[in-house]
Design a protein around this ligand. Sequence first.
Ligand code: NAP
Length: 262
Amino acid sequence: MRAWNLLIVGVIVAGSLALTPADPQSATEGDTETTTSTARCVLITGANRGLGLEFAKQYADAGWDVIGTARKPDEAAELRATGATILQLDVTDDDAVKRMAKQLDSRAIDLLIHNAGIGSRAPSLSDIDIEQTARVLDVNLLGPMRVTTALLPNLRAGSGKTIVSISSALGSLERNTSGRYYGYRESKAGLNMFMRSLAAELQPDGFTCIAMSPGWVRTDMGGAGASLSPEQSITGMRAVIADLTPEKTGRFFNHDGEELPW
Ligand code: NAP
């Protein structure tokens, strides 16, 4: 009789888990689910300002558990105000990446957003500075590679299994007819290739891995003259992410949902 009781309890628990709306793709935008057991979890790198901060604000408002990383958590007041958990991370620092993974322990993450990035100070061929270019590649390309590999166990434990890299239309090979932006273009094209490889390798495990262009946005990087506000860009990208299905893995999307050529 005791074994039967246990079996019945097991069936009830399994049934309720099956009903848990933990999949980011099945979520309705604006969903305000807040209980710990059902909230989906997103980790955003470089979440203390710019696009990362806006991602954190909007996901927190929608009831997600938000983990935002910052190089200087003490100076991340706006991120703290969103209620996000803040973890210290410089994506170029191997030890910091390992430390962050250890802090997260076995916590499940549904959605990972590689957002941290830097621009390039080399507008033309004669401006190329190899040291600066190496730095851009380290942050924009090697950073997401470090963070992805460190957090793969957490992503496997999540039900969302989604990895999004904030790339740039400047990383598109096909669209590059004007050159310039040395270092930055190469870093984002490399990031795009990483996302294609991730998509291929992780597809059998149910992952969806995409690159996105946020558009030209008014942040410290984009400048005051950019065409989009952070709210517009992130609202668009969140809609694209919410609409993802495993069939869309390995693709490159604009913030408005348009598919971009690699
Ligand atoms: P931003 O305002 O300059 O913010 C960049 C963020 O990245 C900051 O949180 C910054 O942290 C963080 N970061 C820089 N280096 C880092 C490192 N080594 N480790 C960890 N974090 C680091 O730029 P944004 O416009 O929000 O850009 C976000 C992403 O969108 C970037 O990947 C960028 O390439 C891409 N993007 C932006 C535009 C645009 O028009 N804004 C267009 C295309 C693509 P600190 O505060 O510590 O420096």
